[in-house]
Design a binder for this molecule. Structure first.
Ligand SMILES: Cc1ncc(COP(=O)(O)O)c(C=O)c1O
Length: 431
């Protein structure tokens, strides 16, 4: 078994260890939920306070120009672009993930209707995050398309001549399984379909190269691995080959070519700016920029490649420790073992008590989360796993000794049947 001393040595040698200082991690907490809500960067509170007191308080309306408020979606977009293999001027930080998906999927369907009218199908994964499926269902009803849901391994086989769009989440929110973006995009293109990628669990978590993959559209979250804070603005990317060609339906004045001409007719801005809609939440944007800066602080230390190396080392260690310490306690690994097939989270399943085990861990200061398994009734298939204990590993602020202690706590919660206590078995609204 890996001794704690080995983990302390790994932390001491870790070239990224100094980045933890950028975060206000509470004492006594091992935070394994950065895949849901990233940790508060130390810079954020002061930066947002400055924005409130000086930029808003003193600068007032002048700050749209003098403090650069108006440029925030593009400026932050350029920072996000560095993390996802997009070019400058190709990404905007704006609105929410679901809303951005509505915009890019609408644009893709518009493309399909004009250029390939015989294609009426959107393919996605049955186990995709529900908001992606709901938005797709709504657009299908509105535009006369149909949504075909398949299991993860069946995606390429489903790419028939009727398929207009392949809509996938790169790293599955529940299992941590990761698609080969380049290979799947190439398969979609060979079949004549467009590929849209949801990068909610990828941006800031795993290296992404949208250009190398030849992807068509991408969207993602600001509040997970980008540490932008609860409800942070999301982002949208459209390949430059499409960006000027299609309008998205939320044609607000921020996406107009000349918003301050206040003309009555809509004329879309060139490029990605047309994916903006209305006035953006400046304070949230400012907080998101602080979060992005924490991820970009890894650039001189090797950037996403270095973060990925550490993430794989952390997740490998967690898998090994759990399998050693908790052997025979009913836990099964859901996340693929092969590094190329997983993101930055480890998901376990257990026939009984997954929710309560997570609650017992949280009471001990080990914060992960619980996700209900895909119900048989909902999916119509036995999707292969039950309820999930989900642990996200953010290499910016998670150390090897954290992993060791997390596995120890998990072992103790199971060995002492702590999870059976009634207080850990009461469901909260947010799991
Ligand atoms: C894959 C994926 N897409 C989208 C979302 C959320 O969308 P929104 O930010 O609009 O709530 C999540 C949230 O966890 C997610 O995991």
């Amino acid at each position: 078994m890996t001794p704690l001393d080995d983990c302390l040595a790994l932390d001491a040698q870790d070239p990224l260890r100094g980045l933890r200082e950028l975060f206000a991690l509470p004492d006594g907490v091992i935070y394994l939920d950065g895949n849901s809500l990233g940790v508060l960067p130390r810079a954020t509170a002061q930066r947002v306070a400055r924005s409130i007191e000086q930029e808003w308080g003193e600068g007032l309306i002048r700050s749209w120009n003098s403090a650069g408020w108006f440029d925030l979606p593009r400026r932050l977009g350029d920072k996000i672009a560095l993390l996802v293999g997009a070019g400058p001027g190709e990404v905007v930080a704006t609105d929410g993930t679901s809303i951005n998906l509505y915009k890019v999927l609408s644009a893709a369907l518009h493309h399909a209707r004009q250029e390939t009218p015989q294609r009426r199908v959107i393919v996605s994964e049955r186990d995709n995050f529900p908001t992606d499926l709901y938005i797709a269902q709504a657009l299908c009803a509105e535009r006369g398309f149909c949504l075909q849901l398949v299991d993860g391994g069946q995606v390429e086989a489903a790419l028939s001549p009727e398929v207009a769009v392949l809509l996938l989440t790169h790293v599955n929110y529940r299992t941590g399984a990761m698609h080969d973006m380049a290979a799947v995009t190439a398969a979609a293109h060979r079949a004549g379909a467009l590929a849209i990628w949801d990068l909610a669990h990828s941006a800031g978590a795993v290296p992404v190269d949208l250009h190398a993959a030849g992807a068509d559209f991408a969207i993602g979250c600001g509040y997970k691995y980008l540490n932008g804070g609860p409800g942070a603005p999301a982002f949208a990317w459209v390949h430059p080959r499409h960006a000027d060609r299609f309008e998205q339906p939320l044609a607000g004045w921020w996406g107009h070519a000349a918003p301050f001409e206040f003309t009555p007719g809509y004329r879309p801005a060139p490029g990605i700016a047309r994916y903006l809609c209305g006035t953006q939440p400046v304070l949230s944007m400012v907080a998101l920029e602080c979060g992005l800066d924490t991820v970009l602080a890894a650039q001189p230390l090797g950037g996403m490649a270095a973060l990925r190396r550490k993430s794989l080392a952390l997740t490998d260690l967690f898998i090994a420790l759990v399998e050693q310490r908790c052997a025979g306690r009913g836990l099964e690994l859901v996340t693929p073992r092969e590094p190329a097939r997983r993101g930055s989270q480890v998901c376990l399943t257990r026939r009984e008590g997954a929710y309560a085990i997570v609650q017992a861990l949280i009471a001990r200061g080990v914060i992960g989360d619980f996700r209900a398994g895909p119900g048989m009734a909902a999916s119509g298939t036995a999707a292969g796993h039950g309820d999930i204990l989900r642990f996200g590993f953010t290499p910016l602020y998670t150390g090897f000794q954290d992993v060791w202690h997390a596995a120890r706590h998990l072992h103790e919660v199971l060995a002492m049947d702590e999870w059976r206590r009634p207080e850990f078995n009461q469901r909260h609204a947010v799991t």
